[in-house]
Design a protein. Sequence first.
Length: 389
Amino acid sequence: MTRATEAVRPRSRSAHALRQEAHGVGRAARAAWDGPGRERDLVVQSLKASAAALLAWLVAGVWMGDPMALMAPWVAVVLVQATVFSSLMQAARQFTAICVGALLASMALAVTGHTLGAVALSVPLLMLLANWPRFGDQGIYGATTALFTLATGAAGATAVGHRVGQAALGAVIGLAVNAFVLPPIHLRDVRENLAALAEEAADVLYRVAGDLRDRASDAQGWSHASARLEHRLEALRSARRWSRESLRLTAAPLRAVRRSPAQIPPQQDDERWSRVTGHIRALTRTLAVAADDGRVSSAPDGPVLDAYARLLELIGGVCHAHGSRLRDGDGDLSVGDAAMTEMYDLLGRLRDGLREHAGQEAAGTTVLGTLLLQAENLWSETVPTGRKG
């Protein structure tokens, strides 16, 4: 490989990365333009934070005539958080950190009589306080406030009161803008994550069924697919927490202005798909263990394996229908008579195969029995008449 080739490859990788990033930005912009979603919510929050900073600057710098109107817009732009409740909590923590930083900076300057000495005395202590869990991620503002206070040379009781007053003004403006101007409501995220979880479950079942039909033992691929499903479940739980928090301290009329979904899927749906995720994880783990050549137990073969693969495909189709209905608000979850008859026939054939394996060998019976149990569990959780059947 020549030096010229070695020089071209990093540039080509950089150009590819830039193109991918540009495509990602373009997709996000189109999604924000097309309709409601996460991208449009981010645009709204960014514009709200900018408006809060501008309003704070106008109030502090223009109307109140403060020549150093920095603290108010600084606090206002930070406090436009993802939820009104989190804005209130962040305001309390940040305001406390700013008060502590301004006070310690003034005290350190009074003791040392020199700016450098005041920095050396106050900033280490404030950085230690920044790690206090009560401050959360707002503790750093104590140290930055101290540096700002000392850099401007404004110390003493009057300067501290001025900085604290500006911080209070910015906090009020930031909270008001976030709470009353298109307040952030995250009800949509629960439905989207639940739909994504159902569709991801369908994809995993389709993949396992295809591998079983082709007699391919992709234990690592099954494990990775199951891990991705677990990540989807964690995202759903996070979205559920955000949705609950976004409703706190948000007035009902303002929710109507946002045109947020009137209802979100109930908590029982989260629990049901959590059980589905657990059954799929157990199923893929059983298959991965059976695919290990060093194990005594092995997966069944022949017509029984084909019937099991077909059953997983049918259950995966029901999972995909659940996802489409959650995402689009329509779709039929009922299973057709032909598909239901096929499901019952497959279950009957698998049970007959289990009885046949029990009379032949114990090792294969153990694996088939475990796989059949997980398939029946998936059936009961996803198929509308699964429990009754």
